[in-house]
Write a new protein. Structure first.
Length: 413
């Protein structure tokens, strides 16, 4: 094994994602926000809204299978083989395809960049793909202005990977590298984290009681203990909720409400959660904020989530996989990668049925194409599974003027 391969082998033995790195106590880089709170990737992912948004995005992408396809004169066809199997099932011996996509998505959403080493054998065939933590990688140019990747390994040394050896997903940025989410949203995240710390301290140190009971005269310790026991048995707990309270001997009870500053804290926390959703492009209902969601609009919001949040990320995956995994000859021959979004197309049954019916009756989809979308076995071709149907009463618009008017006989003398 070469020195370079040994270094990368040692790299794989360390935590590959930021949560694991933080849990292992490895150093993290932080910046100070306007709220006076230091923010790093390990802090950002502990904010529930950030974690929930990344989890939703990563889960959606992980649940979408990757297909290796080739364009043909009659359409497109699936390409079997090792590369298709790597992306569909097992990119490397230690990860499933869904684990790989989740890890890459986590790095991309937090750091703005996700990297994976492409390992090839002596014949140039791809044998495995290994994610590398974004904080270990620096993208540079050599004397010839060609791009390469400097990967930090154990002992502070750096290994070099060529551009063709690295799968690189990047967020918005220079086009060479993406901008870090934590760096861009530093102040919003700092405020969100400050609100969480404030809330924790409020409930830890606030000493808030639900009410105050007052007697007009002093009570002995025994009388006070008897009153506490009787009051708790009669009015505390879920089973005693909303009971009418009977007070004797001039006893008064004043119920306490949450202070205004605490109420404003809750509003601030909710607002910051919405800010995080806005940054990631995730509808609030996806992370269980249902303030403005209804049964009538939640399906449309889910479709909007697919179109505006998931689909752009999917296209980025498809383009980068094609760019770095395929040879020039394969690209020119029409090979490409496609995420099968139809496999996770979840809408109301009535909406799906109406869509399939329209596509079937207008000759756009045949029965087997619909069954494939639903993960069902095909109907044999001899039984009409591959036949396209159209409405027999429909005619081309150019033929409409040649039709006989009602009451007229066709043909002329």
């Amino acid at each position: 094994m070469t020195r370079f391969k040994k270094a990368l082998s040692a790299l794989r033995e360390e935590p590959r994602d930021p949560i694991e790195r933080w849990l292992m106590g490895l150093p993290m880089f932080k910046t100070l926000s306007q709220a006076g709170v230091e923010i790093g990737e390990s802090d950002a992912v502990k904010i529930m809204a950030v974690y929930a948004c990344i989890r939703v995005i990563a889960s959606e992408i992980a649940a979408t299978p990757v297909q290796f396809l080739r364009n043909t004169p009659t359409g497109k066809e699936r390409v079997p083989g090792r590369l298709a199997s790597l992306l569909r099932y097992e990119p490397n011996p230690e990860m499933t395809a869904s684990d790989f996509k989740r890890t890459m998505t986590l790095n991309l959403e937090l750091w703005g960049n996700a990297y994976a080493e492409i390992v090839r054998n002596r014949s140039g065939e791809i044998t495995s793909i290994w994610p590398i933590p974004a904080w270990r990688v620096t993208k540079k140019r050599d004397e010839k202005k060609d791009l390469y990747y400097s990967v930090m390994v154990e002992g502070g040394t750096a290994a070099t990977l060529k551009d063709s050896q690295m799968l690189h997903l990047r967020a918005m940025g220079s086009g060479v590298v993406g901008m870090s989410f934590v760096a861009l949203a530093r102040d919003a995240l700092g405020l969100a984290l400050a609100a969480e710390v404030y809330g924790s301290n409020f409930f830890k140190n606030g000493a808030m009681a639900s009410g105050i009971a007052t007697y007009p005269r002093a009570l002995s310790q025994e009388a006070l203990d008897n009153f506490k026991t009787s009051f708790r048995e009669s009015y505390e707990g879920l089973t005693n909720a909303q009971r009418i309270m009977f007070l004797e001997e001039g006893l008064t009870f004043q119920q306490l409400t949450i202070p205004n500053d605490a109420a404003q804290f809750l509003e601030t926390r909710t607002y910051q959660m919405l800010e995080v959703c806005r940054f990631f492009g995730v509808p609030p209902h996806k992370i269980a904020i249902l303030d403005h969601a209804t049964f009538s609009n939640i399906e449309h919001q889910s479709m909007e989530f697919d179109q505006q949040c998931i689909q752009p990320r999917i296209i980025q995956w498809e383009e980068e996989l094609r760019r770095v995994l395929l040879t020039k000859a394969e690209k020119e021959s029409g090979y490409f990668f496609k995420f099968n979004l139809n496999s996770r197309w979840r809408v109301a049954l009535a909406t799906k049925t109406a869509y399939y019916t329209s596509m079937r009756q207008n000759g756009i989809l045949n029965a087997n194409e619909i069954r494939e979308l639903e993960d069902m076995n095909p109907i044999p071709a001899e039984d009409g599974g591959d036949d396209y149907l159209i409405n027999g009463n429909m005619i081309p618009i150019t033929a409409a003027g040649r039709q006989d008017a009602p009451g007229q006989k066709g043909g002329g003398e």
